[in-house]
Design a binder for this molecule. Structure first.
Ligand code: NDP
Length: 307
């Protein structure tokens, strides 16, 4: 393989540049042009008087070569987003225990000889959920979705002690695999499984009770999307609180229904905020105060009014 073909500069998206007098942070993904992460990291860097810039890199292929090139170019830290959160794992020198169990990495931190991978999506989500006053410990949860982000949601439920978790998905096999993986991590005995997979068409099997709903499908990203997986609005009466991982649009149809039913809810913007803040803390070995977090959150929210 000819390493001369690998030039990170070629992957920088329009509107950004690799300034030589700055420390570089960045994100690898495809597509990447709509990322809000520079708002988080450039503002944090400015607030702390650090000389850093956060650059989105559009990586279409040869992920491993670009990870190596980033390390060799002294890039201080990277975020990894769709479609590479799982694919990046073979190119790391080490992986955090939680990230390994989730099976996805969104943050690379410099270590000896390469990067170590972390998953700050999970802790970011947990921070946003607890800040909203929603409980995970001993709570009953309905998860909608069993894709990449849902793995972080499910692992959060294991780590923070959820009582029962129903994983509803269009493709039952994916919900089954996620439930099996998580029940295994939790070491439940065969009769007392915490995670129960449910095909979307079979939602009626979920016992009538009160649940925290966590929406982690990609349904809702498009303006004309309807409710995720279950169209019967009565199903959502079982919610006592709701989280949608989607933050754009600000209010999906799912959140509109929750709002109409006067159920407390949050969208995914705080998860985005906190996964970024935790990553920044790893990269710079600093602690970001709540006051600073709130300032960054206000910056992120401007995105809704500027759209
Ligand atoms: P994946 O592609 O890995 O998973 C998508 C999920 O949505 C699967 O469960 C899939 O079901 C389901 N789905 C997609 N289209 C349909 C459809 N037409 N009908 C029924 N089910 C459907 O995506 P991710 O898990 O990576 O991301 C999911 C969402 O989470 C995205 O909207 C993303 O923006 C958001 N997210 C937010 C973050 C934040 O910081 N706030 C961080 C990460 C993600 P099936 O298995 O049947 O295909």
């Amino acid at each position: 393989m000819n390493n001369n073909e690998i030039n990170l500069k070629d992957k920088v998206i329009e509107g950004y540049e690799l300034a030589e007098d700055k420390e570089i942070l960045g994100i690898f993904g495809n597509p990447i042009k709509h990322t809000l992460s520079p708002v988080i990291h450039d503002n944090l860097s400015d607030m702390l008087g650090l000389n850093e810039r956060y650059i989105p890199f559009q990586i279409e292929e040869r992920l491993g070569d670009y990870v190596k090139a980033a390390y060799e170019s002294q890039i201080l830290g990277l975020n990894i987003t769709v479609p590479y959160k799982e694919k990046v794992i073979p190119y790391l020198v080490d992986i955090d225990e939680d990230a390994e169990k989730i099976g996805a990495v969104n943050t690379l931190v410099r270590a000896d000889g390469g990067y170590k991978g972390y998953n700050t999506d999970m802790e970011g989500l947990y921070r946003s959920v607890t800040e909203a006053g929603f409980e995970i410990k001993d709570n009953n949860i309905i998860m909608l979705g069993a894709g990449g982000a849902a793995r972080a949601v499910a692992y959060m439920c294991v780590k923070y002690g959820a009582k029962k978790v129903y994983i509803v998905n269009r493709t039952l096999e994916k919900a089954e695999k996620l439930a099996d993986d998580m029940n295994m991590i939790k070491k439940d005995n065969a009769n007392e499984k915490t995670f129960i997979p449910i095909a979307a068409s079979d939602y009626i099997r979920i016992p009538n009770d009160r649940y925290l709903f966590i929406q982690s499908t990609s349904i809702g990203l498009n303006a004309d999307d309807g409710l995720p997986l279950v169209c019967d609005e009565n199903f959502y009466d079982m919610a006592d609180a709701a989280v949608d991982l989607i933050y754009n649009p600000e209010k999906t149809k799912f959140l509109e229904v929750m709002s109409k039913k006067k159920i407390p809810y949050i969208n995914g913007l705080k998860m985005l905020l906190y996964q970024g803040i935790i990553a920044f803390e790893y990269w710079n070995n600093v602690k970001i105060s709540q006051d600073m977090s709130e300032k960054i959150y206000s910056e992120l929210k401007k995105y809704y009014s500027n759209k």
